[in-house]
Design a binder for this molecule. Structure first.
Ligand SMILES: [Zn+2]
Length: 235
């Protein structure tokens, strides 16, 4: 009986390891996807900044075009002024030219802000490009590492499954069925060690008379609280 129970305990340890490995393998695609998403976020931020820069360049061109148009008007008005027939006409044109010149100054002030924005954006884009390239590189490396890890896990899983298969004939059929049934209902744990007179799976106290039975390995006992098969193991 003692040997059966210790074989069952060994089986539980194998099953725990199998469950852990399966979880790691199954969650790997999601882990990779999350890492990819982080790179994609950087890429879309970069696209956004590039689009912003395009808009600012467009604004720069339109401001410069505006200045060119006003300059043309100034040239025209200066020419007209040379041919002015009356004082009033001369003064009106002079005033017109002054207004146009001050308009140019205003637009030039706007342009300064546009250039500041452009500089800032170009700087941000440069940094983001480096960051994105770096993140992509890292991702590729991480993917290679993770895939190698998966291979390791799969190999380990095969080994554990093999070990499990070899262990099964050493456990009585009924005990095994009982273990499998409890394990299915109890999140993968069918067996619990008893330590300091409590079930280590659920924390429930195990009465002294049961401890005595467990220590003698005469009978199979289950936890009154969680229903798992109890095993006593000397430290
Ligand atoms: Zn319990």
């Amino acid at each position: 009986m003692k040997e059966d129970l210790f074989n069952l305990l060994a089986l539980q340890e194998i099953d725990d390891a199998i469950q852990g490995l399966q979880h790691s393998i199954e969650s790997l695609p999601e882990v990779i996807k999350q890492k990819e998403r982080r790179v994609e976020e950087k890429e879309s931020l970069l696209d956004e900044k590039r689009a912003n820069l395009k808009e600012v360049l467009k604004l720069e061109r339109s401001k410069e075009r505006e200045i060119d148009e006003i300059r043309d008007r100034i040239v025209k008005h200066e020419r007209q002024r040379l041919e002015a027939k009356t004082n009033i006409e001369y003064q009106t044109l002079t005033h017109e030219i002054e207004v146009e010149k001050s308009k140019i100054l205003e637009i030039e002030e706007d342009l300064k802000l546009v250039w500041e924005r452009m500089d800032a954006l170009e700087h941000e884009i440069k940094e983001l490009e480096a960051e994105t390239a770096n993140a992509k590189n890292m991702l590729e490396q991480e993917k290679v590492q993770l895939l190698a890890k998966r291979k390791e896990w799969e190999d380990e899983l095969d080994k554990l499954k093999d070990k499990r298969k070899r262990l099964l004939p050493h456990i009585p059929e009924l005990l095994l069925q009982r273990y499998e049934r409890i394990r299915k209902n109890k999140g993968g744990k069918g067996v619990a060690l008893v330590k300091d007179n409590v079930c280590t799976a659920c924390g429930a106290e195990v009465p002294p008379y049961k401890i005595a039975i467990l220590k003698s390995y005469r009978e199979i006992l289950t936890c009154e609280s969680c229903g798992r098969i109890l095993i006593w193991k000397e430290d």
